[in-house]
Design a protein around this ligand. Structure first.
Ligand code: ZN
Length: 307
């Protein structure tokens, strides 16, 4: 049990430095019932006095940022302890409007921003770090004869993220969060985003796969009945020409989701093979990786000529 006592001295006739110093604390304390009285000093000056006694307060909310409060959440503590035991964590205010994280050279960086669910958002990013510490690798660079546009970049980001999400989700639930809190606040828009993808049509499979992986991802705001309906709509895109490939990808995701493995590379290879077979692709784990001596191939090996 903690007891916090604050004496607020407020002179009748002047400015109170003490009051400005205590302003944030006052804001909190004003909600409590004060004892008010007057104080007469020996010098004759008179002061208005408010005496507050606040019991069982702990640290006032206004003193603790939302991030600090999230770190102290009992659902977060075991996750934070696990990450801290294996690497250094740096927190950074996000440049954008979403939380994010990275793990490079034993340093985990978590980018945070305003959210309705700070603890759930922090748990999500800590779990991204934990599954990487346990062995899941991020692909950061790639070459694929299937596509050499921004679509390929979007595919790499999606496959990194979504395979991790399947491995993270059971822990997220087991520590006490709900499925609908698993993604960022804007996840409520995801169903309409997927419906607009289907309405607008696609020109290639790689354009469709990131959204398909989003549909198959665990948790979130989409109801099961809407997921079932959207799955059928995805399989029917462009007169079903991608149906067999999408069914194959869904089977790979199901196998991955029900396994305990942290080796995501075989699943990435299988998904690529559903999208192109024979497949000519290479992926690296660092920006400086180059084939054939780093990373991994899907299909036949090759070398890159020139600089
Ligand atoms: Zn994520």
């Amino acid at each position: 049990m903690s007891t916090l006592t604050c004496h607020r001295l407020d002179p009748f006739d002047g400015q109170s430095k003490l009051r400005s110093k205590c302003h944030r604390l006052q804001k909190f304390l004003e909600a409590t019932a004060p004892f008010n009285g007057k104080l007469k000093l020996r010098s004759g000056r008179r002061w208005r006095l408010s005496l507050f006694k606040v019991k069982n307060l702990g640290t006032p909310d206004s003193f603790m940022s939302k991030l600090e409060k999230a770190k102290a959440d009992p659902r977060i503590v075991p996750l934070l302890t696990e990450v801290k035991s294996r690497c250094t964590i740096r927190f950074k205010k996000s440049d954008g409007d979403a939380w994010g994280s990275s793990l490079t050279g034993g340093v985990a960086q978590i980018d945070h921003t305003k959210t309705a669910y700070p603890a759930a958002s922090l748990a999500h990013e800590l779990l991204h770090i934990i599954v990487q510490l346990k062995g899941i690798k991020q692909i950061r660079i790639g070459i694929w004869t299937l596509d050499q546009t921004e679509m390929f970049n979007r595919f790499m980001k999606a496959i990194n993220n979504e395979l991790q999400h399947h491995r993270m989700f059971p822990t997220f639930i087991s520590v006490g969060f709900t499925p609908s809190e698993f993604y960022c606040d804007s996840d409520t828009q995801i169903e309409s985003h997927l419906r607009s993808t289907l309405a607008n049509g696609v020109e290639s499979l790689i354009e469709l796969v990131p959204d398909f992986l989003t549909l198959l991802a665990p948790g979130g705001s989409i109801s099961q009945s809407a997921k079932d309906e959207l799955l059928e709509a995805f399989l029917n895109v462009n007169n079903r020409i991608y149906r067999d490939q999408l069914v194959g990808i869904r089977n790979e995701i199901s196998t991955w989701a029900s396994s305990n493995s942290f080796d995501n590379i075989p699943t990435i290879k299988q998904i690529c093979l559903h999208m192109q077979n024979p497949c000519v692709a290479w992926f690296g784990f660092n920006d400086t990786d180059k084939p054939p001596n780093a990373g991994f191939f899907v299909g036949e090996q090759f070398e890159v000529e020139g600089p």
